[in-house]
Design a protein around this ligand. Structure first.
Ligand SMILES: NC(=O)c1ccc[n+]([C@@H]2O[C@H](COP(=O)([O-])OP(=O)(O)OC[C@H]3O[C@@H](n4cnc5c(N)ncnc54)[C@H](O)[C@@H]3O)[C@@H](O)[C@H]2O)c1
Length: 285
């Protein structure tokens, strides 16, 4: 099946970025948000991000204009009825996502593929909720989706070969690099990354080294683009806990258990970049 129109549900950090990538690569893209305020906030962020791309010389004015013309927003899921592919990127909460998949199953045309950007929740549960399990797939983009090209293509036992093929071809068409992985908590990247970040947090917690020095060590000793604590701030400290919970539940290993310091920071509302404070402080954007 050829994908022509794309829907994105949720216009937060990930949904907004995914919608931007789709629109700049030629797809008519409709984003759905929970209410008008959040929709306008999300679309404003996409516009600012596109403007920065033009200012940095990465996007021509002509592509910018075309991308904006292809992008539209709505608060009504029924507006996705003509989409060939819908990518869900709402908050990481199983009940919310199941409800979205049940509604998408009713609202979208029967041949449409329904993808989720979940980092940790079970694909099978969403597939069952959609009532079209063969057409449900995971497309796990990375933050920020406009800059990081990897997509983990996640299949469950019910995902059909045709759905996988269409999803991989779509990822190629938006210039992403894909890896295939079965539906297991953390997929490939987070299963490796989360214990690494947690060890870094435990080092801060026990006073072994500062966040700055741990990050500096990884950047200049391991050639990482960012250290683990700056990465934690970028992901969102609350999201990190959510991701780790499903891995801890599945594998039962202490390395997947969120450190006390992380839990305390989240309780205080220090969620990383999105709240202006995590292991580092940030100016509002
Ligand atoms: N933040 C990351 O680094 C990252 C990376 C990869 C994947 N993910 C995954 O992407 C998804 C979204 O994460 P995020 O960081 O963009 O979160 P976010 O909080 O920035 O955005 C979620 C958005 O979903 C909207 N939303 C909630 N319920 C909705 C509904 N019923 N209909 C429409 N919109 C709704 C919210 O208003 C919010 O704007 C999660 O599943 C997360 O696990 C996040």
């Amino acid at each position: 099946m050829e994908v022509r129109e794309v829907g994105v549900v949720g216009c937060g950090i990930m949904g907004g970025g995914i919608a931007q990538v789709c629109a700049t690569h030629g797809y008519y893209t409709t984003v759905v948000e929970a209410d008008e305020d959040r929709l306008q906030h999300g679309l404003d962020r996409v516009r600012r991000s596109l403007t920065r791309e033009v200012e940095r010389g990465r996007l021509s004015q002509e592509r910018y204009d075309r991308a904006l013309r292809r992008l539209r927003g709505t608060t009504f899921l029924g507006d996705l009825a003509n989409c060939d592919l819908v990518i869900e990127a709402v908050s990481e909460d199983l009940a919310t996502k199941k409800q979205v998949f049940a509604e998408l199953g009713r609202a979208c045309k029967p041949e449409a593929i329904l993808a989720t950007n979940t980092s940790s929740l079970s694909l099978s549960e969403l597939a069952a909720a959609s009532c079209r399990p063969d057409k449900v797939i995971g497309l796990h983009f990375f933050n920020p989706p406009t800059a990081l090209r990897l997509v983990e293509v996640v299949s469950s036992q019910s995902t059909s070969a045709e759905t996988i093929e269409t999803a991989m071809a779509f990822c190629d068409s938006i210039d992403r690099l894909t890896v295939r992985v079965k539906d297991t908590p953390g997929f490939i990247v987070n299963r490796l990354l989360v214990p690494f970040i947690f060890d870094a947090i435990r080092m801060v917690e026990s006073g072994v080294a500062t966040a700055e020095d741990i990050d500096r060590a990884c950047r200049f000793g391991l050639n990482h683009a960012m250290g683990p604590l700056a990465t934690a701030d970028l992901i969102g400290l609350d999201v990190l806990i959510q991701i780790s919970e499903s891995m801890f539940e599945e594998f039962g290993e202490p390395r997947f258990k969120a450190p006390t310091l992380l839990r305390r920071m989240v309780s205080l509302g220090y969620l990383g970049r999105k709240t202006g404070k995590g292991f580092y402080e940030y100016e509002a954007r």
